[in-house]
Design a protein around this ligand. Structure first.
Ligand code: FAD
Length: 331
């Protein structure tokens, strides 16, 4: 991913799309044809595939990642969580990703460890196969230790702070920053943010990172995470879950049309378009990326990309693609 970003000319914009593995074979078939259409029409710089916390979607995530990387030739980033999950599953996922030719991992913690069980001192190391993974940084370090520079590694960040209730200072971005510095210094190559609708909060967060005294964030890609508005109820649910602020003016625009799903979507496309334009106008990055949480849906994101002229900015002929779509050699 970072090779592809760095190959873009200064001032270029790019975008990526997130997908999750459907539960059924029918869902997979539908998503596959949608992915084919979307990848040809939209040409994202890369796509990402989510990972169910605790490895609950391991097989399906790898199956979807294989479709994206091998069948569709898309540069694919596999999300991987590391807590509440058998250590062997992490090893298998990384090995399988390598076999599939996937070169990018979004290294995440996942749900917080179940503390009593986790901190049970009586457990022998053999029983506690996951004792090495408490935070996302442990996974970043592990990937670097086991695979050197083979994988391009991304990490998560939270413009509005983290919603982890087990931390007394959750929802405070400056609390998270020392840990984000650590993740970056341990070898993260890019940062992808939690979804937000308050661009002012993103502005402040990005400025805080770029100016941070550690210098850890001077040039690292910071990719804002944006979720197209699919419906009023999904919006309210996801913002509640992720503790994302809905600015009053934005909420008023949506409240005014909330009884009409089509109008909500239309207003949502406009709002997201304004957010993209606002962020584009910032001068904090040589090349500006946008990551879209698609919820596997096509229309809203396509309209946003069209309205903001993000489609067609990325060259079609790309040597990196050629390298990445050939089956990986098992080193
Ligand atoms: P960490 O970086 O470990 O941080 C978690 C919290 O712990 C933060 O508050 C941090 O400040 C604190 N912390 C970190 N290190 C330390 C330390 N050494 N000591 C004390 N406190 C510390 N979840 C999934 O299950 N599957 C997915 O596919 C998925 N994709 C995601 C994609 C993106 C872009 C984002 C933003 C989140 C995603 N998540 C996913 C959610 C994520 O797993 C949760 O938010 C999780 O609770 C935290 O993950 P993290 O990687 O940010 O953790």
């Amino acid at each position: 991913i970072t090779d592809k970003i760095n190959a873009l000319p200064d001032g270029a914009n790019y975008f990526s799309l997130e997908f999750f593995p459907p539960k059924t074979a029918m869902g997979f078939a539908n998503l596959q044809s949608r992915l084919e259409r979307m990848s040809q029409a939209l040409r994202p710089l890369f796509v990402t595939v989510t990972w169910g916390a605790g490895g609950s979607t391991a097989t399906k995530s790898l199956e979807l990642a294989e479709i994206c990387q091998r069948q569709l030739g898309l540069t694919t980033c596999l999300h991987l969580t590391c807590t509440n999950m058998d250590r062997a599953l992490i090893d298998e996922a990384l090995e399988q990703a390598k076999v599939l030719g996937i070169r990018n991992i979004l290294a995440l913690r996942g749900d917080a460890p179940r503390s009593e069980e986790y901190r049970d001192e009586d457990k022998s190391p053999e029983q506690d196969s996951n004792k090495d993974f408490t935070w996302a940084i442990d996974l970043v370090r592990y990937i670097r230790k086991q695979y050197g520079d083979y994988f391009c590694v991304g990490v998560a960040a939270y413009p509005e702070g983290h919603s982890d209730e087990s931390h007394p200072e959750h929802q405070n971005p400056s609390y998270d920053i020392p840990y984000l510095v650590e993740k970056t210094q341990a070898g993260a190559d890019f940062i992808m943010t939690q979804l937000f609708y308050d661009v002012g909060k993103f502005d402040r967060f990005e400025t805080m990172l770029r100016q941070h005294e550690s210098g850890a964030f001077k040039t690292i890609p910071i990719i804002p995470g944006l979720m197209p508005i699919q419906s009023y109820s999904i919006l309210r649910r996801t913002t509640k879950l992720s503790h994302a602020n809905l600015p009053a003016d934005l909420l008023a625009r949506l409240d005014a049309v909330k009884a009409d799903d089509e109008l909500v979507k239309k207003v949502g496309v406009k709002i997201l378009g304004e957010m993209v334009e606002h962020i584009k106008a910032r001068r904090d990055a040589a090349r500006r990326g946008f990551h879209f949480y698609t919820l596997n849906l096509e229309k809203a994101v396509s309209h946003i990309l069209e309205d903001t002229h993000l489609i067609g900015q990325i060259p079609t002929e790309n040597d990196e693609d050629a390298i990445e779509t050939t089956p990986a050699i098992n080193l």
